[in-house]
Design a protein. Structure first.
Length: 346
DNA sequence: AACTCGGGGTC
DNA sequence: GACCCAGAGTT
């Protein structure tokens, strides 16, 4: 049996039942693929079901507001995926008559659709002979064929893409592509895989040469930046507060948050009050209190956010304010959502 | 080619 | 704490 045949056999026996596995609807496959980028199946699945329920067809997604889409996406992370998802839905409806393109090349033109996703959609929905290369595939191929090129080097990316094409199964590309990813996720796992029960163990180079734990090779680590966030939670006499939308570059684009004072280190109360007086000189402050004594550390891939929420009661009204009750309807980062949760229970 | 973009799970 | 996850876009 060839490599791909072994993968197909393993997949037939071991595949999980997943909501998007019972369809070839490109809308649903596309949606699942975008959601699963850098995201585990268990984390993405509830969001997939929620989106299909709210937007059964691409037209439904296209006619929604970005705000609503971001709200549904809230908590899944990498929010550019949601913005691109929405833009692509509009494009598919507006320029492709509601039908997704059926080739790798055309799919690649869609926002948020890169090499992996274009390969996945074209193969799974349209039986195109395109090999997917995701994190699972890198691991499986590097181990089975004993390739120690860094998977995130230019040379490595090219090499693995070529290798993936050479060993793919064109007769059943749908199951093969999903099979090799599933195999990587379940059997050929990142840490301490059980090679004793692996159906490919006799021909696995990494196992024969005792290099399973060293493969795949990946360059460098991410360095983390520390930032200090002070969120000003205004509460007026009338029960109003202020939310601002994050614009420009950086994290959480287009999501909402309380007015933010960022600093180089943790702020004392007088320091925060000075910031308040310059930013909101017209508001009559009644009290300023920390919600959390110790900074809340919110960890992202490249940033650690040391965060203090300051509760600021004010007299009279606030400019450009909203009812505090209405905050929950805005798309917000998990950091804000968790604060709201705790604040509401106090 | 290197950086940036989230949040959560695992060891 | 380090690593990883059905990667893509920007600089």
């Amino acid at each position: 049996m060839t490599f791909s045949e072994r993968i197909l056999v393993w997949y037939k026996v071991n595949k999980r039942t997943l909501p998007w596995r019972s369809t070839r609807d490109p809308y649903k496959i596309w949606l699942s693929e975008i959601m699963l980028q850098q995201t585990r199946v268990v984390q993405g699945t509830p969001y997939y079901l929620k989106f299909i329920h709210n937007y059964p067809k691409v037209h439904d997604l296209a006619s929604a507001s970005e705000e609503e889409v971001l709200k549904l996406w809230q908590g899944l992370g990498y929010y550019s995926r949601a913005r691109n998802l929405h833009a692509t839905a509009k494009m598919v409806v507006g320029e492709y008559g509601g039908k997704f393109p059926d080739t790798y090349k055309e799919l690649l033109l869609l926002k948020g659709v890169g090499d992996y996703t274009a390969s996945a959609i074209s193969s799974i929905c349209f039986d195109r002979p395109e090999a997917v290369v995701d994190g699972n595939v890198y691991r499986v191929l590097s181990r089975y064929f004993g390739v120690d090129l860094p998977i995130n080097s230019t040379e490595g990316v090219k090499y693995f893409k070529k290798l993936a094409k050479e060993v793919m199964n064109v007769q059943n590309i749908r199951d093969y592509n999903q099979g090799i990813m599933e195999f990587g996720a379940i059997q050929c796992s990142p840490k301490s895989p059980d090679c004793n029960i692996c159906p490919l163990n006799e021909s696995c180079v990494a196992l024969q040469t005792n290099k399973v734990a060293e493969l795949p090779v990946k360059l460098k680590k991410t360095k983390v930046r520390n930032r200090y966030f002070n969120y000003v939670v205004f509460i007026s006499e009338r029960g109003e507060t202020i939310l601002e939308q994050r614009k420009g570059k950086g994290i959480w684009q287009n999501l909402w948050q309380f007015p933010l004072v960022e600093s180089d280190s943790e702020l004392s109360k007088p320091a925060l009050e000075r910031e308040l007086s310059t930013l909101y000189c017209n508001t009559e402050v009644v009290s300023v209190d920390k919600f959390n004594t110790d900074a809340i550390v919110h960890k992202l891939s490249h940033q650690h956010l040391y965060t203090t929420f300051w509760i600021v009661h004010t007299k009279g009204g606030l400019k450009e304010s909203i009812s505090f009750e209405d905050v929950e309807n805005y798309p917000v980062p998990v950091l804000i959502a968790e604060f709201l949760d705790r604040f509401g229970k106090k």
